[in-house]
Design a protein around this ligand. Structure first.
Ligand code: PXP
Length: 252
């Protein structure tokens, strides 16, 4: 089975919001990503609306023909947006207003009833319910218990360690490998419970291959690295190169 790539286009909107203007258009970005072969488009509507705006979600819903995945906090305001616009999937994420980016997985165990209500609301509306969590068995079990259909495993730590892995002997290399094993075990466990396993956060052309070799991971959500590369090579090429990096990894 092909491992899917959803391109997170938040940072196209980050550039637009830097001037509060109309360009670059995230609609054009979504279309280019789809034409380049992306399996879906991911956006994160944050409480502070630092990049994606409410209107973007409605417009993307009209334009995206592949798969629209919206990341959001599990609260009333956000769930109302999901119910009104009906993306194909919602990924519930934790949110801290002062963070630069999402800092880790959602603590499902610690917020069981709130997350359960959110999952129920999504599923009643026919929206596929995913939860972004750390690669931890207890969290995966909790996500399963409250009816999530997918877990997106947080790869932030793995990604951090790969940045420090300058040689195949360094500490970063070992820690990245340990984290890789943890993600592999988590994906296996999720699958054994009947959950679909996705992964994302901090992934790059350089570090995605080892994760793509894990057959239980069937989907990646990748943003910053693709949008960064697109500045130099164009979005179409940047997306194609990431699809290729995922494909090469999954052959191993
Ligand atoms: N998955 C989730 C749940 C995220 O919150 C993010 C960042 O918005 C991503 C994937 C994409 O991370 P990156 O931009 O580092 O590729």
């Amino acid at each position: 089975m092909t491992t899917k790539l959803n391109v997170n286009i938040d940072h196209v909107a980050t550039i637009r919001e830097a001037r509060k203007t109309i360009e670059p258009s995230i609609i054009t970005a979504a279309v280019i990503c789809e034409q380049a072969g992306a399996h879906g488009i991911t956006v994160h509507i944050r409480q502070d609306r630092r990049h994606i705006q409410d209107k973007d979600i409605s417009l993307l819903r009209e334009v995206v023909t592949t798969y629209l995945n919206v990341e959001m906090a599990a609260n009333e305001e956000m769930l109302n947006i999901a119910v009104d616009t009906k993306p194909d999937a919602v990924s519930l994420v934790p949110e801290n207003p002062n963070e630069i980016t999402t800092e880790g997985g959602l603590d499902v165990l610690g917020n069981l009833e709130n997350v359960r209500m959110a999952v129920n609301r999504l599923r009643e509306t026919g929206i596929f319910a995913s939860i972004f969590i750390d690669p931890d068995e207890k969290q995966i079990e909790a996500a399963h218990k409250i009816g999530a259909q997918q877990v997106e495993l947080c790869t932030a730590e793995y990604a951090e360690f790969t940045l420090g892995a300058k040689s195949s002997h360094g500490e970063g290399f070992e820690r990245a490998n340990q984290e890789l094993s943890r993600i592999k075990r988590a994906a296996n466990f999720a699958k054994s419970l009947g959950l679909i396993a996705a992964a994302g956060h901090g992934l790059t052309y350089r570090n995605v291959g080892a994760l793509a070799a894990i057959p239980e991971i069937t989907e990646f959500n990748i943003g910053h690295n693709i949008i960064s590369r697109s500045i130099f090579v164009g979005l179409n090429k940047a997306v194609k190169e990431m699809i290729e990096a995922v494909r090469n990894g999954s052959k191993n």
